[in-house]
Ligand binder design. Structure first.
Ligand code: ZN
Length: 173
């Protein structure tokens, strides 16, 4: 397994719409293994393939708090139903490091997807898992959580991230 580089906003690549996966084969499983490894190393609780520069509709999530890892793999996830009630969580994102904001989202979602073995599955998620799935699914459409904030707040965050990125590049050079 390889830890891959996570793209940081602002990056036009993050704004692409990801493509459907035609077949869950060994190459896709290798990508999912790398994504999980990258997510654990970051550390984070969710990651979309586009964040490691692969525009495919794949997300991985692990909400387990103890030592035992319980990664969830979702290929081509689709929302079947979302609840009308919202819940609010403070969200962050590995592509928006160090920034957090309270975001409202439907508190339950019912999705269909392909699992690690390419089997068709359905899941009714609620609470943090529902929020996490919707956050990651937004990545597949090129949407980041900061897009839900006011223009002023969003611009402030993007400006800050641009400055941080420039500073990092200087150190690398
Ligand atoms: Zn994210």
């Amino acid at each position: 397994m390889t830890i891959r580089k996570i793209l940081i906003e602002p990056d036009p690549f993050l704004r692409q719409v990801s493509h459907e996966v035609e077949k869950v084969d060994d190459e896709i499983r290798k990508l999912m293994d790398d994504m999980v490894e990258t997510m654990y190393a970051a550390p984070g609780i969710g990651l979309a393939a586009i964040q490691v520069r692969v525009p495919k509709r794949i997300i991985v999530i692990d909400l387990s708090k103890d030592e035992k890892k319980e990664p969830l793999y979702f290929v081509n996830p689709k929302i079947i139903v979302k609840s009308k009630n919202n819940s609010t969580y403070e969200e962050g994102c590995l592509s928006v490091p160090g920034q957090f904001a309270e975001i409202d989202r439907p508190d339950q979602c019912h999705i269909s997807y392909l699992d690690y073995n390419g089997q068709k599955k359905e899941l009714k998620a609620e609470g943090l898992l529902a929020t996490c799935i919707q956050h990651e699914m937004d990545h597949l459409e090129g949407i980041l959580f900061i897009d839900y904030l006011s223009k002023l707040k969003k611009n402030f965050i993007v400006k800050k991230l641009s400055k941080q990125k420039k500073a990092l590049e200087r150190i690398v050079v």
